[in-house]
Ligand binder design. Sequence first.
Ligand SMILES: [Zn+2]
Length: 240
Amino acid sequence: MSSYDESQERFEEFLRTYKDDQGSLTYWTKVQQMSINDEISLTIDFQDLISFDNVFLALAAEDPSKFIETINSALLAVLRVEDPDYVSSIDATSLKARISNYTEHVPLRAIRSKHIGKLVRVSGIMMRASEVKPLLVQAMFQCRICDEKIPQTQEEGRYTEPVRCPLCDKKTPMRLLAQESQFRDWQKVRIQESPEELPPGQMPRSIDVIFEGDIVDLSRPGDLVKITGILQTSPDFSRR
Ligand SMILES: [Zn+2]
């Protein structure tokens, strides 16, 4: 059994047994109410999680993507047992255990290359928000020659078509069948250093944040927001 299998079981145990100061089963109650409230994500306060077992501190720091994958799988596993009807009624890949209040807070002007790929908590004022757009996550293509249908998972928003048709073996541009494909809501927002964090006489720094799923349109420009997420780079063509 790998350490990630063990940590998935440990996280399931956290969901089932964690009690707050008043002795309430905080997360278990929320898990049981997800179908009633039509929710596809569960927000976990990271400080609650590491007070339950601080092994999660190391897991989140070492490999954030694997950590998030592990807790998402745990939430799905728990719901499959507790509420199988609800799980079969939703797109299981959209089910998320979301981390809030992560330990490492990084001021926007302190972000460096060492933070890339790491989980960080940032805060600031939301300056602008894009429209909510559909992001293709599971595509259904159709061969233009033989009409064969070919499912294709899209990785991290990169549009990927099958190179050749598996049935007729021809290389041809594929037709995307939107009705049979799965999309997820996507939004890009910009947050900027709040006046409290801004050193005197300095221009405020900003960062773009991608929201996916049920957290789009949750905040509005002007709001002070705190975000836990993985820092990624994107090519900056303006400085070449
Ligand atoms: Zn074909």
